[in-house]
Design a protein around this ligand. Structure first.
Ligand code: MG
Ligand code: ZN
Length: 364
């Protein structure tokens, strides 16, 4: 026999090998990372939203899924600041700390490192811009409730675009500083609503402080703010040729958990999932973006006890008004996403993001 059949077989397979290669962009490094945190989003919260949304969520589009251990350095049950510091900087810290080690040494966050390396950086939240989760990416304070102190850390300039609430900590401060003026002098455009920013912004550096307080909850009419803010910020950041890092937080899923309010959780989670859909649409088209969706912890010890898929009905109950230590899910999409499967610590999310960007870890 000749070798002819083998050659023909290889020739026939060639187009498939090539197209298979095209379907596997995961081999490459992402240019952009979008980290999406559902605060207090455990599996039961997701399950409740899935049922209430007609048995479908955008989260079902992910193929790489992991489980995250959420423990803080000093407590099995983490608070949002310690958990976000773990994602942001790869170090477990004490509950209540933001961007500091247990011995109060400032940590470098993935957002700050990305900024130093010339990438664009952004934060989009439904809470104050200064709330524990986003603050852990740019601030370094031992008290997460020191909102005025956290606001001062925005002056260090590592955040190019921030969208959220918390205007009261820029104005009418105890130290009487006018931080909006200071930010303007540092080259930031300042907007008090997303729609004004959408119409008037002409740079890639801005504070969109869309409410005096937190952003309103969904049940008080927040509408499609989160999806629109995420799309707006991506649209700005993608102009950066070095790539970008963006944090998007569904901040209020947690507050529904603390309030043991099932409808609050479901409404906030479906809104967060809509933002996930918009972000995945961008990432699919872009091909160069790693999207990671996870939670800082579960809130409320929530469980789904019954209900009906036909009626979109959820019967649920809570075992706590606080956070719990149950592992939380993680979903990843895009180049580098295969590294996010299995069971790992919340600090590993930082190391995996650093590896995905091909940034070297600092020596401790
Ligand atoms: Mg939060
Ligand atoms: Zn909480």
């Amino acid at each position: 026999m000749t070798k002819k059949p083998v050659i023909i077989l290889v020739a026939l397979m060639l187009p498939f090998i090539q197209s298979f290669h095209k379907l596997e962009p995961q081999q490459e490094k992402p240019k952009n990372i979008i980290l999406m945190i559902g605060d207090g989003m455990g599996l039961s919260q997701i399950s409740a939203a899935l049922i209430a949304n007609g048995n479908k969520l955008n989260m079902e589009r992910f193929r790489h899924i992991g489980l995250v251990k959420t423990f803080a350095a000093d407590n099995l049950v983490t608070k949002s600041g310690a958990a976000a510091t773990a994602f942001a900087s790869g170090t477990k810290t004490k509950n209540g700390f933001i961007g500091l080690t247990q011995s109060r040494k400032p940590l470098h966050s993935i957002l700050e490192i990305a900024h130093q390396r010339g990438l664009g950086t952004g934060l989009v939240v439904t809470s104050y811009i200064q709330h524990a989760t986003p603050a852990s990416f740019y601030a370094h304070v031992p008290d997460r409730y020191d909102y005025e102190g956290i606001t001062l850390d925005l002056l260090n300039g590592s955040v190019d675009i921030a969208v959220g609430g918390g205007r009261k900590f820029f104005e009418k401060r105890k130290d009487e500083l006018s931080l909006l003026d200071s930010l303007e002098k540092r080259g930031y455009e300042i907007f008090n609503s997303l729609s004004k920013a959408e119409k008037k912004s002409n740079s890639g550096r801005m504070m969109v402080i869309a409410n005096h307080d937190h952003m309103p909850p969904m049940h008080a009419g927040r509408g499609k703010y989160l999806s629109k803010a995420a799309e707006f910020t991506i649209d700005k950041l993608k102009k950066n040729e070095n790539g970008f890092f963006l944090l998007v937080e569904g901040s209020q899923i947690d507050w529904g958990g603390h309030a043991n309010d099932k409808e609050y959780i479901i409404n906030e989670l479906i809104d967060f999932d809509r933002a996930i859909g918009r972000v995945l649409d961008f990432a699919e088209a872009d091909g160069n973006t790693l999207v990671i969706v996870t939670a800082d912890h579960e809130t409320g010890g929530f469980s789904v006890e019954g209900g009906s898929l036909q009626n979109f009905e959820v019967i649920g109950d809570f075992t706590s008004a606080e956070h719990t230590a149950t592992m939380v899910p993680l979903f990843a999409f895009g180049p580098g996403s295969e590294a996010f499967t299995g069971i790992f610590d919340n600090t590993d999310i930082f190391r995996k993001m650093m590896a995905a960007y091909a940034f070297e870890l600092e020596k401790p």
